[in-house]
Design a protein around this ligand. Structure first.
Ligand code: AMP
Length: 564
């Protein structure tokens, strides 16, 4: 298939604001697509062709430089075009259509196909010295083969944001409509096997039965199971039948370690491959594993002098690509707490008690990889002491786990509960920012956040949040925001929805001022969640829940007060 065919569809999708119509366009397009091209087409439709798998490290800054060189534009011309067209893809397309000399080359080469994009992606995964220069050359040469509209979407694909209002849930809905399979079954299958294209292929060829047979497999990352919060140990003991497993809640990054023979890969919870960032963990697992094929899960933290480092120190290691330089500065430890696959078997249907027994036998603990500190208890006092011990050990709190529960990928439920020192926070999607005043007028210091609204299938805004970050971290956030700016209006900018931050509010208020119907009172950013993708962020349902629990707590406190 030619790339231009899919760009035409992108233009159609962008031209309607109706989600039903967007789904109908995608359904119709998939219906006409040959089955062997479906997985690739879906990767492109979900905008993930260049952003899943090995990271390319081609960001906005690099693309900006390539753009200037390819279209021969000055910094000012490009900036003006960006402001006029909203984003770099749109700006480059406009400048391209004004360029006449390209026409000569256009007629000499074949129009690019989807396979040409895949080949380019494979070439762009090279690493090592001078790799950035070579990548720039390949991208520039590829751009030269494209028409203006192809340029727009190629650049957006490289940046991982198509900006046409087509989120993955809409593509899943289109797959369900196309194959006459319940949408819920498609969604569940994606949780175990997040390659949406492959799920579409299975739904088309094997229908509902094929989807039901989908299993976790080593080297294909899985969406992890998430926890709800509890405020009392009594509640957990009651819900879990009198006895719970309690573990330290380490404050690092959740990792899945996948082993298939000699091949070992690690993935973040947003399914990014982090294998290159953790050579020491890979080497350690090779030494200590007793298995040939498995998927285990744990939390990785930085360790200095036998103590867990603060989260921000550890994040510096994740941010940097020159890992050898920092590996010795910040050594890491992985604390394992679950197993999802072992031998030939997806073990997520087993109880947590059974899975843990397997996990204990799977490896010989080392300095780098060991089990999370854990007790099994039926006693509130013992749990309270364990919690205090966890806090002293630089942990965020403890996790309370139901020994009888199976593992449900990608769902936030009550199979495990978190008990934290702090008030509950929200993981929200950054969609805008505002410059500060006075000394800080060159820096963004207020931020606008949104959450996904399932019923409206869109992001809805929730109000303004000030930074609670240190100056260094605020600078990091500013640097991450700049390349994502899609529009500027006075002191305010709109940002492509790609960043997630953890936000703490004193109170959630009902408010008609914001789209979501809620505002956050005295809210501040607690940390940048680089380990989360926008799909991991909390949705409006969670905001509503927090609002309701906060109200019932208030009523309870008021009632108590009145009784006294
Ligand atoms: P939260 O991110 O606040 O929803 O808390 C759940 C997260 O705690 C998980 O996604 C893990 O990244 C992290 N975590 C740390 N220690 C553990 C543990 N022992 N068991 C499960 N999750 C843990």
């Amino acid at each position: 298939m030619r790339f231009s065919a899919i760009c035409e569809i992108f233009e159609q999708i962008a031209s309607t604001s109706s989600t039903n119509q967007k789904v109908a366009i995608v359904t119709q397009f998939l219906r006409q697509t040959p089955i062997d091209e479906i997985p690739l087409v879906i990767q492109i439709l979900t905008g993930t062709l260049f952003s899943q798998g090995a990271p390319l490290n081609i960001g906005y800054i690099i693309l900006w430089k390539i753009a200037r060189q390819v279209v021969g534009a000055s910094e000012n011309q490009l900036e003006q075009a960006r402001q006029a067209h909203g984003d770099l893809g749109g700006a480059m397309a406009a400048l391209f259509s004004q360029r006449k000399t390209r026409q000569a080359t256009l007629f000499m080469v074949d129009p690019p196909s989807l396979n040409d994009l895949v080949n380019l992606y494979q070439r762009l995964t090279i690493t090592g010295s001078r790799s950035t220069t070579r990548k720039k050359q390949w991208i520039a040469a590829f751009l030269d083969r494209l028409t203006a509209v192809e340029v727009k979407y190629f650049v957006r694909l490289l940046l991982g944001w198509l900006n046409i209002g087509l989120q993955t849930p809409l593509v899943l809905r289109a797959i369900a409509e196309l194959t006459n399979v319940p949408e819920e079954s498609v969604r569940r299958a994606v949780l175990k096997h997040p390659e949406v294209g492959e799920i579409a292929r299975i739904a088309m060829t094997e229908g509902l039965n094929g989807l039901a047979r989908i299993q976790i497999r080593p080297l294909i990352p899985v969406l992890p199971m998430l926890a709800m919060q509890t405020d009392t140990f009594e509640e957990a003991l009651r819900d879990f039948g009198g006895t719970v497993a309690a573990e330290y809640k380490y404050d690092g990054i959740r990792l899945q370690l996948h082993q298939d023979g000699d091949r070992i890969e690690v993935f973040s919870r947003r399914l990014t491959q982090l294998t290159n960032q953790f050579p020491d963990l890979i080497a350690s697992w090779k030494d200590i594993t007793r298995e040939k094929r498995c998927v285990v899960e744990g939390e990785v933290v930085g360790m200095l002098g036998g103590k867990i480092t603060p989260f921000q120190v550890f994040m510096r290691r994740i941010r940097t690509y020159e890992i050898e330089a920092t590996a010795s500065d910040v050594p890491v430890s992985l604390f394992l707490f679950d197993v999802l696959f072992v031998g030939d078997e997806d073990v997520t249907r087993l109880t947590y008690r059974e899975r843990y027994a397997i996990l204990e036998r799977m490896f010989k603990p080392s300095e780098h990889i060991r089990l999370a500190t854990r007790i099994v208890s039926n006693d509130v006092k013992e749990l309270q002491n364990f919690f205090e011990q966890a806090i002293t050990a630089e942990c965020e709190g403890i996790m309370l786990k139901d020994l009888k529960a199976d593992y449900m990928p990608g769902t936030r439920g009550t199979r495990m509960l978190k008990y934290k020192k702090t008030l509950e926070t929200l993981d929200l999607i950054l969609v805008g920012a505002e410059y500060g005043e006075g000394r800080k007028s060159a820096l963004f210091s207020r931020f606008f956040f949104a959450a996904w609204d399932e019923t409206r299938t869109k992001f809805t805004t929730l109000g303004k949040v000030s930074t609670g970050l240190t100056d260094d971290d605020n600078q990091v956030l500013n640097d991450q925001i700049r390349p994502l700016i899609v529009q500027e209006e006075g002191r305010r900018v709109t940002v492509a929805p790609q960043l997630v931050c953890e936000v703490l509010a004193d109170e959630i208020l009902e408010s008609p001022r914001f789209e979501a119907g809620y505002a956050l009172r005295f809210a501040r950013i607690v940390r940048i969640r680089e380990d989360l993708s926008i799909d991991d962020a909390d949705d409006i349902g969670k905001v509503k829940n927090l609002f309701t629990t906060q109200r019932s707590r208030k009523n309870y406190a008021q009632g108590k007060h009145e009784q006294e």
